[in-house]
Design a binder for this molecule. Sequence first.
Ligand code: GDP
Ligand code: CA
Length: 303
Amino acid sequence: MRVAVLTGGVGGARFLRGIVDTVDPASVTAIVNVGDDLEVLGLSVSPDLDSVLYELAGIADEERGWGRADETWNALATVETLGGESWFRLGDRDLGLHAVRTQALREGVPLSAVTAKLAAALRVETTILPATDEQLRTWLDTPNGSFPFQKWFVARAHRCEGATEARPAPGVLEALHEAELILIAPSNPFVSIGPILAVERIRSALQRRRVPCVAVSPLIGGLAVKGPAAGMLQRLQGGTTAAHVASCYPGLIDALVMDEEDAADADAVSSAGVRPIVTHTLMRDAAARRRLAEAALDAVAFA
Ligand code: GDP
Ligand code: CA
């Protein structure tokens, strides 16, 4: 079964890992947020692409929850000593990847092609695509001014710069058209999935889909497992129930996988025309990840 998955970084990568452990990894395409991409120390960093790459290559640090396993921090320590830019945590192994990517981008290689090369070198069979090869940045507007996403995480409002004009990266629309199932990972709806859907032609491909689209809620008991998703839902959608999560994807999803702790919200989700799939959604270990993947993949059988 061909599956396309819209995903952000850490939460999405964990979910993807469950998916590729359940179906043929080569039949899966990840369409990844690039709204958080940034330059650090002159290097092009794509945090969400890298979280997905590291997780699918089996070299992610499971305990820390981001970056590479067996990481060391010598370069960053030197940067600190020398008074350089050290607010963004870059490990030595991670830096090596950024150096290779940055050189390729400077030579004019598109991000999608660079990512394909990195994935091949790391023996990842799943296709990993940036949502777009063009600049698309999430900015956060606050009472104290506007900040790029990584510099100001929790804010009042956010917007995507460059989104409506950005074209999907090569392969993205094809993956959505060929998919028998489209999944939206339990990533942050605003700052991870939002920038992907802000690419006009990706959103319209989803609106015109002929196959089921299933989202997984990033909230458990109305709270984010990690990060600002609950606060943003409260502020931007007016609440933190599963129905509020579903309302982030109007006309775009047919079913929502939601946690047992939120079972009381199932009727409200149904009333919004979205089929609730209630299950355990905490991806504590490999078995839990696979169970969640199966719950989402099963949606095809009910379509
Ligand atoms: P980021 O780009 O690295 O911030 O990661 P994502 O946007 O892909 O994922 C962040 C979201 O994943 C948060 O809103 C978390 O609540 C959610 N998340 C993380 N782990 C889990 C989990 O085990 N289960 C569920 N349902 N959501 C999770
Ligand atoms: Ca991210």
